[in-house]
Design a protein. Structure first.
Length: 80
């Protein structure tokens, strides 16, 4: 079975501080499209703090947001 990590990766420090790993996890949850109120709850933040601290990770969601916004009206158009 092949190794999961290379020898260089085995010797590397994954983050400077444990907080960096937490920050990476919250950023990944947000960028994956998880609902912000659930991410905030899991991270122990309010939604306001979440958006203030992680808003830069929400910049690439225009296409996904537009699809979600238009989905209900698309369903109604099909019913007519």
């Amino acid at each position: 079975m092949p190794a999961a990590l290379t020898s260089a990766e085995l010797g590397a420090t994954p983050a400077k501080r444990p907080y960096d790993l937490r920050h990476a996890a919250v950023s990944t949850w947000l960028s994956s499209g998880a609902e912000p109120q659930l991410v905030a709850k899991r991270a122990g933040h309010s939604v306001a703090v979440l958006f203030r601290a992680y808003a830069t990770f929400l910049t690439d969601g225009d296409d996904a947001a537009n699809a979600k916004i238009s989905a209900p009206s698309n369903r109604q158009d099909r019913r007519r």
